[in-house]
Design a protein around this ligand. Sequence first.
Ligand SMILES: O=P(O)(O)OC[C@H]1O[C@H](O[C@H]2O[C@H](CO)[C@@H](O)[C@H](O)[C@H]2O)[C@H](O)[C@@H](O)[C@@H]1O
Length: 260
Amino acid sequence: MYYEMIGFHGEHQSEHTVDGVPEPKLDRSTLFLDFDGTLVELADRPDAIEVDPGLEALLRGLSEKTRGRVVIITGRAIEDITQYLGDFDGPIIGGHGAQERMSGEIRNHELADPETVKRLGEMTHAFAATHPGLICEEKPTGVVLHFRQNEDLAAQAYAFLRALSETHEGFDLHHSKMAYELRPAGIGKDVSMRRLMENEHFAGTMPIFFGDDVTDEPALHWVCEQGGLAVKVGEGETAAGCRLGEPEAARRTLRRWLEA
Ligand SMILES: O=P(O)(O)OC[C@H]1O[C@H](O[C@H]2O[C@H](CO)[C@@H](O)[C@H](O)[C@H]2O)[C@H](O)[C@@H](O)[C@@H]1O
């Protein structure tokens, strides 16, 4: 709303649309991009994704156009996601907001005590080892149990992590696509976005966010409230004003913005 009151749309958006998404003035925008299900298609396992060969060049080009304001905002750990981003050296928010990479330096959330996270990881790993079809993904700030390989184990995965969340103060249980996850309490992509937009390099620009998951909804909602551009990728209820069918459509839209 604030941005609309100060004439945000006229100043930050052109009249053109690509696949129904208004084309923003990139030099006056901050572009937040979710990763899994948004920039890359979902796969059976976290390590089985296939990254489009043009993604690195796309991110670097957009980064140049936005003057360094392309932010990868993902649930993955920063140490994991960087292997898929080539030489992209811009800001990254990882672990759903529990990690941040700014100017090349990684900072973890203070609630993610390394000893506690290690213990949570070991217990979850042992649980997954006795439940074929569950995959344990350990992060520096939490742990995930994936049940995509066997949906019948969803309830057991939930019950196990719920018990851990009840015995480990400071960690909350969240549901995402075919997975349950323990993360530090109080974090979220919306919280991180709000904080980053107060930084002088980003303040006064229009926030844009492409996201696909229920875990992206608070951030999509926040971007709408700011009069920014929220784009939902894929199916499902959303607060976003625009929708693209799948990651290929998201990459196509971004490529057209780059070429405009
Ligand atoms: O915020 P995102 O960038 O969308 O990351 C969300 C989670 O993505 C990954 O899990 C999801 O994608 C996997 C690969 O396609 C899929 O197998 C899994 O079922 C999905 O939940 C990643 O492994 C998680 O750490 C991220 O939190």
